[in-house]
Every structure is written in C-alpha cells, then in structure tokens.
Design a protein around this ligand. Structure first.
Ligand SMILES: NC(=O)C1=CN([C@@H]2O[C@H](COP(=O)(O)OP(=O)(O)OC[C@H]3O[C@@H](n4cnc5c(N)ncnc54)[C@H](OP(=O)(O)O)[C@@H]3O)[C@@H](O)[C@H]2O)C=CC1
Ligand SMILES: O=C(CO)[C@H](O)[C@H](O)COP(=O)(O)O
Ligand SMILES: [Zn+2]
Length: 341
C-alpha cells in the first residue's frame, strides 16, 4: 500500500512523500488520531536545532508524542480499532545494563527517523501499549512526555539517597508540571517546591506545597533533591541555582535539553558531593508503567487536562503549519493535533 508521510524538508516547510509499504510483515499498522508537539519538534520546525543536525536529519516526519487506533495486525493480536499509545524509540539490540533509550544504535522517531506525522504508522508490536477506552485522548496524546518523568523517577530511585523530605522542581512549563504532579502523587508525605519565572503559569500548580519565583527564593531554603525541567538557555541558571539550594549529597535529575553546552558550578558539585543524573527519552517499560499509573490514579489525568493548551484539527499541510505556529505563540500547555489529514 502507498503511505503518505509528511516530512519537514527545511525550517517551516513540509512536503508529502509516498512510501510503498507491505502489509505482509509483522508490523502493526496504526492510524494516528491525536498528536502532540514537543519542544524538540519545535527546534527542528524553526531550524534552531543547529545546522549540523538539520542537515543530517532532514527530511524527516516530526512528532514523537501520539496515540492512534490499530487498523491492521497480520497476527490478529491487536483488534482493529484498539486505542494505543505509540512508543517512539525503536531499539535494534538488547543490553543487560544499558537501557533501550540510551543505546546509541536505537532509532528515535522525529530525531533522525520518521515520526508520527504519517497517514499510517508501521510499528513493531512491542512499540504499542493499549490504552483504556475512556482515557481523554487529548491527555493521552502527550503520554510520551509523561513517560519522561516516570523514567527519570525510576533512575532517581535507583541512584539517590533515601531522605526525600523536600523536592525542588525547576521549570514552570509542561515537564515541570508533570514532574511536580507525579512527585507529589508518588511521595505524598514529601514537600514539593516549584521554582519558576511566571506567576500565572505557577498558579496552575495547585497540588504543590510552595511555588517560588526564581528571583525571590528565601536564603535559608534547602531541598534534598531536584529535578531540572527548564531546558534551553534557562537550564544553566536553573542547574546553578539548584546547586546553591540543595543539601549536600543530594541528587539533581537533569531533564531539560539545551542546544549549547552550559557552564555549571562543578566546584560546588564536588564540595557538596552531589549526584547528577542525566535522563533522556524513555522505553516500552516506561509507557506500560505510565499507562498503569494513569489508570490507578484518575485524578492525575484530571490535573493533566490543565496542560491541554490548544487543539487543532489537521486536514492539510497548512493546518500543520498553523498548529506549529500557534504552539510557538502559546505560553502555557501542550498543542494537540487531531490528525484528520
Ligand atoms: N529529557 C527528555 O527526554 C526530554 C526533555 N525535554 C526538554 O525539557 C525542556 C522543557 O520542556 P517543556 O516543559 O515542554 O518546555 P516549556 O517551555 O513548557 O517549559 C520550560 C519552562 O521553564 C521556564 N524556565 C526557564 N528558565 C528557568 C529557570 N532558570 N528556572 C526555572 N524555570 C525556568 C520557562 O519559562 P520561560 O518560557 O518564561 O523562559 C518555561 O516555563 C525542554 O528543553 C525540552 O526539550 C522534553 C521532553 C523530553
Ligand atoms: O523530546 C525528547 C524526548 O521526548 C528528547 O529531548 C528528544 O528526543 C531529543 O532529541 P533531539 O536530539 O532530536 O533534539
Ligand atoms: Zn519530546
């Protein structure tokens, strides 16, 4: 069959390509229904990802956050119409120590490999996780971003010391919201403090213990561990502020992606004996855990509804451009595309 793939060919320019795909394979065919734009997609769309990466990775279909419905499974394991979340990472080997999302051989969609902006996505059967029928599709569309926090928490739990009285989350955007929400749900007896820049954004975080503007943090405040969810230019200030306010021997989970190397206060990392945990992307197990977590605590899904920023019906390439442009001018929440192209 011929599949239409909507690829970014240069900043702000998409083109359709036609791929001939066979149905006589073990792949499960999924029709995407709801896609969500990640900051990483925006770096490609706007061309801020850096010349080298743009030249190496384009043309490429964007989007690695999305859900869909199964339209064909040659083995019949997935019934037609089953709602699924798609796992963007595709490992090509197994390793006893290194996680699938850290293996350099893995293929990650919308980072060098075609993402979900296609009429149909052909996925290995272990790259799908079934969703409950009644889960909000607008929230489910960004499950991949929720798996990022779940994955970083698992790494944190393996590596950090066990005093968890106070957590600090830096970043008053999407990932900061998800991380502070999940921290509060997983550690209800711990204090979760948010450190952000904008009052109206911080007002969305009703479930946390305290929100601080990064320019007005009390001198005597201390935290046991921190999650950096700022990214970009802000990650340097955020990481250095964390180093200032964290107790000795605390752990800092770094999640924010920066296009340029950032300067951090290594002297104090040494003096305080801090553990810095880098965390990127996620794997199948994180998707399974995240879907289970959302099923067990429906209140989490209700809070996450607050992150649905704008919803766009996409029927044409111009609609895709409109959604990406709108996302750039929206200061709060995720941009969801109802995929009807
Ligand atoms: N590790 C991973 O696998 C993943 C990483 N990411 C990355 O995480 C980062 C955040 O993504 P997302 O939440 O969607 O982006 P957002 O833009 O929604 O959130 C970032 C927030 O941090 C705020 N901020 C900037 N500087 C600081 C600071 N010094 N202290 C506290 N807050 C600050 C920003 O404010 P303002 O806008 O006003 O500057 C913004 O509100 C991005 O770099 C993204 O690429 C995303 C997905 C997966
Ligand atoms: O968003 C992400 C995962 O959800 C990652 O940050 C993203 O995959 C990084 O990739 P790239 O190198 O292409 O920016
Ligand atoms: Zn992403």
């Amino acid at each position: 069959m011929i599949n239409q793939v909507y690829r970014l060919v240069s900043p702000r320019q998409f083109e359709v390509t036609y791929n001939d795909e066979s149905l006589q394979t073990d792949y499960v065919v999924v029709r995407p229904t709801h896609l969500s734009i990640c900051a990483a997609d925006q770096r490609y769309y706007t061309g801020t990802r850096g010349k080298h990466a743009m030249a190496k990775k384009l043309p490429m279909a964007l989007i690695h956050e999305g859900i869909g419905k199964v339209v064909y499974d040659s083995k019949g394991e997935f019934k037609t119409g089953t709602k699924v979340v798609m796992v963007p990472n595709t490992p090509t080997e197994e390793d006893d120590i290194i996680g699938e999302n850290y293996l350099r051989s893995s293929k990650f969609r919308s980072s060098g490999y075609d993402g979900f902006m296609q009429d149909y996505v052909f996925l290995r059967r272990d790259r799908l996780v079934q969703l409950p029928e009644d889960m909000s599709p607008h929230v489910a569309a960004f499950i991949e971003l929720i798996t990022i926090t779940m994955h970083s928490l698992i790494r944190f739990e393996q590596k950090a010391h066990t005093r968890r009285d106070t957590f600090g989350v830096w970043g008053d955007g999407n990932l900061g919201f998800i991380s502070s929400l999940i921290l509060k749900k997983r550690y209800p007896d711990s204090k979760v403090y948010l450190f952000g820049k904008t009052k109206y954004k911080m007002e969305h975080f009703s479930f946390i213990d305290e929100a601080y503007n990064i320019d007005e943090i009390p001198d005597d405040l201390q935290i046991d561990h921190a999650f950096e969810c700022a990214g970009g230019k802000g990650s340097q200030d955020a990481i250095n502020q964390i180093i200032d306010y964290i107790h000795p021997e605390g752990s800092i989970a770094i999640l924010g992606v920066s296009e340029y190397p950032v300067e951090i206060n290594t002297r104090m990392i040494l003096e305080k004996g801090l553990t810095v945990i880098g965390s990127s992307r996620s794997g199948r197990a994180d998707f399974v855990n995240t879907v289970e977590f959302m099923k067990e605590i429906p209140e989490v899904v209700e809070y996450l509804e607050l992150l649905v920023g704008s919803v766009h019906e996409v029927r044409t390439i111009q609609d895709i451009i409109d959604a990406f442009e709108k996302d750039l001018t929206t200061s709060w929440g995720k941009t969801i595309m109802e995929w009807k192209i």
